[in-house]
Design a protein around this ligand. Structure first.
Ligand code: HH2
Length: 271
């Protein structure tokens, strides 16, 4: 069944909800709302990756995410920490996180060892360039083939650092060094990524390509986000990273039986 990861951005500058949950109390309350709305995992991050976002020190990133992780993990929520810094990941795992979501796919040379030692889950994401430069005219010969090759290489790096292959999820990095057409093509060809044998994560929620296609501002992209996510599931995605958890869960609950992905309703169950 599809896993829904609800986004908790403890940042002043995230592209869609920057500043709303910078305060720990507000972030914790938001995380609880997302669990009530049906999130399976909360993805908690303290540094925005949008083009031009300010860099955050290890100390500041820890100060943002650790109290939020501690409180939500104490509630029993499954937590992933959205960080590319091994030191932040280690502290987050100590505070109760179970998964490291690394948008640089082990760009920090210590990250593989930290994850191997913890035995945690690990999300490896594709990005072309760095957040500062990634949207400056990205060019690929074949975006799907290049993303697939990159993810296969980083999966090998993770396993050679001692990470259990069964704990790794792969993510094409929607919006990270991709044009609108690249993003659409990647969503259309998720089947090529699932061939790598690991669950595929898709983070398309409210992203710019949806704004370009629909002409809608970031707070009015829910329809485009849901269409993208349902098609991603139809094409093989196993995990969706989303802001609008309740609506996505409802959409997936309807899409899955149509796709033949759920057990048939028990005989006599009310439909
Ligand atoms: N996208 C963002 C951040 N982290 N992680 C994964 N695995 N996949 C993604 O597509 C992904 C991610 C960007 O979205 P958001 O967190 O809403 O914004 P910001 O980076 O501005 O905080």
């Amino acid at each position: 069944m599809t896993t829904v990861m609800g986004i908790v951005n403890v940042t002043p500058d995230s592209f869609s909800d920057g500043g709303r949950y910078l305060d720990a109390t507000a972030a914790i309350a938001h995380g609880r709302e997302l669990i009530d709305a049906g999130a399976d995992i909360l993805d908690i991050g303290g540094e925005s990756t949008r083009p031009g976002a300010a860099a955050v020190s290890v100390a500041d990133e820890k100060a943002r995410v650790l109290p939020v992780i501690e409180a939500l993990a104490a509630d029993g929520a499954k937590i992933s920490v959205d960080t590319s810094k091994a030191e932040v990941a280690a502290a987050a795992l100590g505070a109760g996180a179970a998964i490291v979501n690394d948008v640089t796919a082990l760009g920090d040379p210590e990250m593989g060892a930290v994850c191997a030692a913890a035995g945690c889950g690990l999300v490896l994401m594709h990005m072309k360039g760095t957040p500062r430069t990634m949207q400056d005219d990205p060019v690929y010969d074949d975006v799907v083939a290049e993303v697939r090759e990159f993810l296969a290489r980083r999966l090998a790096v993770a396993t050679s650092a001692g990470v259990d292959v069964e704990r790794v999820w792969l993510d094409p990095g929607i919006g990270f060094g991709k044009t609108v057409e690249h993003n659409l093509e990647l969503i259309a060809r998720i089947d090529r990524l699932t061939e790598l044998g690991r669950p595929v994560v898709v983070g398309a929620s409210r992203k710019n390509f949806i704004g370009v296609v629909t002409g809608r501002e970031v707070d009015r992209r829910i329809g485009g986000s849901i269409a993208t996510n349902v098609l991603a599931v139809a094409n093989g995605a196993a995990v969706l990273r989303v802001h609008d958890v309740a609506e996505t869960v409802a959409a997936i609950r309807v899409a899955e039986p149509i796709l033949g992905r759920t057990e048939p309703l028990a005989a006599g169950a009310p439909a």
